[in-house]
Structure formats: C-alpha cells, structure tokens
Design a protein around this ligand. Structure first.
Ligand SMILES: NC(=O)c1ccc[n+]([C@@H]2O[C@H](COP(=O)([O-])OP(=O)(O)OC[C@H]3O[C@@H](n4cnc5c(N)ncnc54)[C@H](OP(=O)(O)O)[C@@H]3O)[C@@H](O)[C@H]2O)c1
Length: 290
C-alpha cells in the first residue's frame, strides 16, 4: 500500500530514506487520549511508508521521545530515527549523557542520526563533535548531523570532526521561507549533506485558500487532483537532496501528507508559478530558525 511513496539517497550515507518523514514537536498532549492519537498517527504514517521520524530531547522535555518509542516498538529496525541534543547540553560529557537519556526514552540501542539542535553559544563545536564521534564509535548513533547551521558553521563543524562526515543539516524550509536556496542548498548538495527541511507548513501558518498565495496553490492542486498542502510538500522536495518532515497528529493529515509524492510531480510551469508567488528572500539575510 505504501510503495508509491518516494524514497531517495540520504546524502553521502547512501541510505534509502522517504522524502516525507514525520515531525514530533508538540505531539505530547495534555490527556492520555491525545497521546494515544499521536501514537496512532505515527503508526499510520509508518504503515504509509513515512519511516523517517524526527524527534528531540527538547520536545515535551523528552515526552515526545517516549511516545515515539511506543509507536516504533515492534518495528524499530524499519525506522530511520533522528533525535537531537540541546545546545545547552552539548559539552563533551553533556552530549554523551544526553544521548544516553534519549536512548533510554526511545527504548532503543541506537539512534540513526543524532543532531545538535542549533549552534551552541556555550560549548565549543569541537567538544560536541568529539562526543559525537565517540557515540558513533560505541554504536550509540549511526550518523552525525547538525540543525540550523549556516554554511560557515557547517564548515567549522566538519572541520571539528576527525574521523566522520556530517550527514545532514536540518533547517527551516517552507514556501514563505526559502532562504536556504541561496547558499546552503548548493553547498550541501556539493558535499553530499542531506537537507531536511522542517516546519514545511510554517508551523501551522499555512496560506488560506482565500489569500493570493493560497489561490495559486489551489489552482495547481486542482490541476493535479491534489490538495494545496500536497502541492507545497511536492515543491519542497523538488531538489534531489531535499527531505521534509511535516508534523501531523491527525490521521487524515498523515494520509494527505503521504500523498504529496509518488506517481505525480509538479510541472515546470507549476514551479514557476510558485516561484513568483513565494519569492526568495534577499541573499544576505542570516539563516532563520523557528
Ligand atoms: N530542528 C529544528 O530546530 C526544528 C524546529 C521546528 C520543527 N522541527 C521539526 O519539524 C517538524 C515539523 O515542523 P512543525 O511541527 O514546526 O510544523 P509543520 O509541520 O510546519 O506544521 C504542523 C501543523 O500543521 C498541521 N498539519 C499537518 N499536516 C496537515 C494537513 N495535511 N492538513 C492540515 N494541517 C496539517 C498539523 O496539525 P495536526 O497536528 O492537527 O495534524 C500542525 O498543526 C517538527 O515537528 C519537528 O520534528 C525541527
């Protein structure tokens, strides 16, 4: 049933990863029912082939990782599991301990990809990367990545690594924020670093169908017999180095998101129309994050 979902090589790692994964920020709920629904939504997403799950020690103070552990418990080996260390914990010892805590909450022996959540102003990148290399050596993580790093910070992070390469940079990327297309996307493509775009729906701030932007998306969607959000996701993965991780707690949303790719794609005209409606920001703006 889920074979149609598009998968591609995750940068230099060569791993086969679905272009549409699942975010887990704010999946933890105030009630047991809400959490049960979040777990069910993740399981449905796995059934539909979205087996790239993004979480972090920060999300719900670790609660999101616990919910992920329940969702993946009988199929851990089929999941590309990503988590992140908080910059405030990213000293050498802090990173090692944070990873141990995440592994416990995730009830797994290893994390596929471990990221520093954003550049730390407290701890030198050399310390964090030394810890990351130890985590790889000990089999606790498979690949090292970063998040919210610009090109200069990426270069420094790679330089700080003695043995391994950075596999991924996870960054803000949605229709109204395309700043990464200037430098970061080409740099990562050249260096085999996968780009995972987060908040593809602007963290819930998606154009309404009545707005000028929404009307353009709605027209394109109608031509393809798809939805506006499917058009947006298809646009956000149009480059062969891009992945995206929408968060959806609602099963209908999960189904819709999984249909954003597969046996259809946007035409050059569609892409040009979206380009006109959602232009690139100025090139000299710093990288933005949520
Ligand atoms: N590295 C970082 O610094 C960073 C920062 C932010 C986010 N992230 C990651 O990226 C993930 C996604 O970003 P995000 O959570 O900020 O926001 P998002 O994915 O842009 O938007 C999530 C919102 O969109 C709704 N939604 C999802 N699919 C929908 C659909 N088909 N139709 C209508 N509404 C839909 C969700 O509602 P329902 O829940 O009701 O379905 C939710 O309210 C996060 O969960 C997290 O894993 C990383």
């Amino acid at each position: 049933m889920w074979i149609k979902l598009l998968r591609r090589k995750f940068g230099w790692t060569g791993l086969d990863v679905p272009v549409i994964g699942m975010g887990t920020w704010m999946i933890e709920g105030r009630s047991r029912d809400a959490e049960r629904r979040a777990i069910d939504a993740l399981r449905l997403g796995l059934d539909l082939g979205m087996n790239h799950i993004d979480t972090a020690e920060m999300y719900g103070n670790g609660r999101a990782e616990e919910l992920v552990s329940i969702a993946v418990e009988d199929q851990r080996e089929h999941v590309f599991l990503v988590s992140k260390v908080l910059p405030s914990n990213s000293s050498y010892q802090g990173t090692l301990k944070a990873c141990e805590r995440s592994l416990k909450r995730l009830k797994t022996d290893f994390i596929d990809l471990y990221l520093i959540h954003w550049p730390s102003s407290q701890h030198p990148i050399e310390e964090t990367m030394r810890a990351m290399e130890k985590l790889v050596d000990e089999g606790m993580i498979r690949f090292i990545g970063v998040s919210n790093f610009d090109v200069e910070q990426l270069r420094e992070a790679q330089h700080a690594l003695k043995k391994y390469r950075i596999a991924c940079n996870q960054v803000l990327y949605h229709l109204a924020y395309r700043g990464i297309e200037h430098d970061l996307l080409p740099y990562c493509a050249e260096n085999g670093i996968a780009i995972v775009g987060y908040s593809p729906f602007g963290h819930g701030n998606f154009p309404s169908s009545h707005s000028g932007e929404g009307k353009v998306l709605a027209e394109i969607a109608k031509r393809h017999n798809r939805t506006m959000r499917q058009v947006a996701l298809n646009f956000l993965i149009r480059d062969p180095n891009l992945f995206t991780i929408p968060k959806a707690g609602n099963p209908d949303h999960i189904r819709e998101n999984s249909g954003a790719v597969g046996d259809w794609k946007l035409t050059d005209e569609d892409i040009a129309a979206i380009d006109r409606m959602f232009p690139l920001p100025r090139a000299d703006k710093p990288l933005e994050m949520i």
